[in-house]
Design a protein around this ligand. Sequence first.
Ligand SMILES: CC(C)(COP(=O)(O)OP(=O)(O)OC[C@H]1O[C@@H](n2cnc3c(N)ncnc32)[C@H](O)[C@@H]1O)[C@@H](O)C(=O)NCCC(=O)NCCS
Ligand SMILES: Nc1ncnc2c1ncn2[C@@H]1O[C@H](COP(=O)(O)OP(=O)(O)OP(=O)(O)O)[C@@H](O)[C@H]1O
Length: 199
Amino acid sequence: MTLVLGLTGGIASGKSTVSRWLHQYHFPIIDADKIARQVVAPQTPGLQQIVALFSTGILTAAGTLNRQKLGQLVFADQHLLAQLTAITGPLIRQTILQQLIDYRRTAAALIVLDIPLLFESHYQQLADLTMLVDVSEPIQLQRLMARNQLSTQAAKQRIASQWPLSAKRQLADVIIDNNQTLAVTQQQVLKFLTQYQLV
Ligand SMILES: CC(C)(COP(=O)(O)OP(=O)(O)OC[C@H]1O[C@@H](n2cnc3c(N)ncnc32)[C@H](O)[C@@H]1O)[C@@H](O)C(=O)NCCC(=O)NCCS
Ligand SMILES: Nc1ncnc2c1ncn2[C@@H]1O[C@H](COP(=O)(O)OP(=O)(O)OP(=O)(O)O)[C@@H](O)[C@H]1O
């Protein structure tokens, strides 16, 4: 029996951190951010569509997508973000669905869907259970600014481009509180795995 876990959070709330721990137990991870990078790799239809929308100025000298520049543009303009997501969203969904089929065939006890926009894009329908990696807004802001070297305004714009964590809290089955140390968070993940007899 396979349990499909929809893992989500807000930007910089700690999804990748929790996902890395789950991967240490050899559970397969379907990583939407990683897939989002694959579907816009050089020579893909995804990258061609982005160039058609933003011009070749959105490429690096090496011909790859300039992610930093694109992030600066789209997170400052909701309309542009919607246009980008209209290109990447269907490509990401197709890959997620295929990976889910492939991993189901391996009869893994747990498959993790690590998807930032799990609720916004209705991916929770694919999951048996949803888990939210939760943080308070001041801590989220602080960690995001530190990790991405962003100003307060730019970090706030990125947070505002997603549903607030307060809304996601109402929908999640399991909430992991990531406001404290990594060790405290890890304990909660272990408790979950034990409760579901996955370790
Ligand atoms: C804008 C881009 C180029 C910025 O790249 P960058 O390497 O700086 O960030 P990265 O991809 O690692 O994303 C970091 C975080 O931003 C947030 N984020 C990314 N895309 C979106 C989006 N469309 N809407 C809201 N938040 C988003 C997520 O929390 C994600 O974990 C990139 O995020 C992107 O291509 N986004 C569109 C694809 C997408 O929708 N991804 C979400 C997968 S569900
Ligand atoms: N409990 C914690 N204590 C201190 N720092 C933490 C903690 N949890 C995560 N971090 C740090 O906060 C940042 C965000 O964490 P992480 O990258 O796991 O978030 P994420 O939700 O995957 O982000 P994104 O949505 O942007 O991909 C990272 O720099 C990480 O090292």
